[in-house]
Design a protein around this ligand. Structure first.
Ligand SMILES: Cc1cc2nc3c(=O)[nH]c(=O)nc-3n(C[C@H](O)[C@H](O)[C@H](O)COP(=O)(O)OP(=O)(O)OC[C@H]3O[C@@H](n4cnc5c(N)ncnc54)[C@H](O)[C@@H]3O)c2cc1C
Length: 484
């Protein structure tokens, strides 16, 4: 199986990645991308290590592959998928949102449903299945960009004046299509092998130019990635910024300057209903977001550990008010943990044999995420008090003989040395207050869509009918003249 070394070597290609107007020569050595590339490389090494128990035989090929790139075909497969996804999530303690298993899960569900891609004269289902096989066999890191730029949410791409802004088809050839425009927001795109480009926002009948879905290598001629400022280079040290310095994924706007996409990489072509089918009829949206909730659980568990630890170090953990806050935190984390397990417990095979996690549990947990994550951060901030700012500027203070004695004398507690305590509080700040933390806050609110969109999924998938019927039966059981 592909190792981290193989992965890093393949990133040295013709990709056009821009930061602050400057082209990045090599993402594996650039300070903004090298840390996250190294984390992803570590994931591939973990998967390739038999001790991680992350492999299985791909039924499509009979070859041994990372199970995170195959569709679960039984309850046991689904459990094994969760365990493997947890192994990867723990490598970053949940701080890497778009590890290769995220889009990998989407693609597995796509490929389990070739019929959802049937349209026109070409066999797009076969394209999807072949692409998923390649992703599994070559252990590809695929990121995605499935949202139009925020030009206007009041109308759709066709209404935007001028040249194409949202990515769309500008030319059709015998051998493929040519696309132009942009799409947001490919997290991890700069260090991915390939990017799945599509549109999940509803389109109107006049938007057929934009109704496409395709996979493109990051180094494809004409594709540019305009990245937001990476935060890792601003991290003065691992001690000062333990999360920023390692786990900053970067996010990128993709700009397509007449990029040629061969037919075998096209999955949806001028098919507005097909866009919806690929995400929702195949179970891809559900399955991919289940992976996201597994990762989210690991992150919340880490944050809960952090909160418990700072309460102990500050000696406040026996105060009833603090216990109550920690109890609230435990409850919030338990809800998401439980939803992940409930999704597994209520899973069932669909008509193509894809074992789908329980829809209510997955979307129910997602629907709360935009309130739950800020609440977890608020509890952490509350427990940390001023401790996150009562820290020296950097490791220089820790090593200078002029400042270290003051730090040792004033910043230690009966249970922690000053060095350990500063280390802990710097980690808390990186989780709740740094620019990396701010980005994560925004990520957890929006990564699966704006909160109103995500609650729409929860609403539609809950299955209110049985409960409404129950209420109606109850109402029918008494009237104005009824006795108690
Ligand atoms: C850090 C980060 C990383 C991400 N990574 C990826 C990625 O890797 N790949 C990817 O494809 N996507 C990614 N996303 C998600 C995606 O880019 C969008 O942020 C998400 O789909 C929400 O769309 P939007 O940002 O355009 O928000 P909008 O839809 O523009 O919403 C902005 C605000 O307007 C409100 N609003 C808009 N329309 C309505 C309406 N009709 N009714 C009521 N309120 C409305 C929303 O509630 C919200 O408050 C990421 C997002 C973030 C923040």
């Amino acid at each position: 199986m592909r190792t981290g070394c193989d992965y890093l070597a393949s990133l040295k290609d013709s990709r056009q990645v821009y930061v602050d107007g400057v082209a990045v020569d090599d993402v594996t050595t650039h300070p903004g991308f090298a840390p996250i590339a190294s984390v992803i490389a570590g994931l591939f090494d973990t998967a390739a290590d038999p001790a991680s128990d992350m492999t299985c035989v791909d039924p499509a090929t009979g070859r041994t592959v990372n199970r995170l790139f195959t569709a679960p075909r039984s309850a046991r497969d689904l459990t094994a998928f969760r365990e493997a996804a947890t192994v990867w999530a723990r490598r970053s303690h949940g701080w890497v949102g778009r590890s290769p298993d995220h889009v990998g899960a989407f693609l597995s569900a796509f490929a389990a449903h070739p019929e959802a891609f049937a349209s026109g004269t070409r066999d797009f289902g076969a394209h999807v299945a072949a692409y998923r096989r390649r992703v599994a066999e070559e252990s590809l890191h695929v990121s995605y960009a499935i949202i139009p730029p925020q030009v206007s949410r009041a109308d759709s791409g066709q209404a935007w004046a001028g040249d194409l802004v949202q990515v769309g088809i500008v030319d059709e050839r015998d051998d493929g299509i040519v696309v132009r425009g942009a799409q947001m927001l490919a997290t991890g795109g700069a260090v991915a092998d390939e990017i799945l480009v599509s549109c999940i926002k509803p389109l109107g009948p006049e938007d057929t130019d934009f109704a496409v879905s395709f996979a493109v290598p990051v180094g494809a001629p004409g594709l540019r990635l305009l990245c937001r400022r990476p935060y890792a280079p601003g991290a003065s040290s691992v001690y000062d910024y333990p999360l920023t310095s390692r786990f900053d994924e970067t996010d990128a706007l993709l700009v397509f300057d007449d990029v040629f996409i061969p037919w075998e990489r096209v999955f949806v072509h001028r098919d507005i209903a097909g866009l919806r089918r690929q995400f929702f009829d195949t179970g891809a949206h559900l399955f991919g977001n289940w992976q996201a909730q597994i990762r989210f659980t690991v992150k919340l568990q880490f944050l809960a550990g952090l909160a418990r630890k700072i309460a102990a170090v500050n000696g406040v953990d026996r105060f009833p008010g603090v216990v109550e806050k920690l109890g609230e935190l435990a409850s919030l984390v338990s809800l998401v943990e439980s939803a992940v397990l409930a999704a597994e417990y209520t899973a069932a095979p669909d008509e193509q044999g894809l074992w789908r996690p329980g829809v209510r549990a997955v979307y129910g947990a997602m629907g709360l995420q935009s309130e739950l994550y800020p609440r977890v951060l608020a509890i952490l901030r509350d427990l940390a008090g001023g401790g996150v700012l009562q820290v020296p500027a950097g490791v220089g203070d820790m090593t200078s003989p002029r400042t270290r004695p003051d730090i040792d004398r004033c910043l230690s507690t009966p249970t922690a040395s000053a060095e350990d305590r500063v280390k802990l509080f710097k980690l808390v700040w990186d989780a709740v207050g740094s620019e990396f933390a701010g980005r994560h806050h925004q990520y957890e609110l929006f990564y699966a869509g704006a909160p109103f969109v995500v609650r729409g999924y929860a609403f539609r998938n809950y299955g209110f009918d049985a409960h409404v019927a129950d209420v109606e039966t109850f109402l029918a059981g008494y009237g104005v003249g009824s006795e108690a």
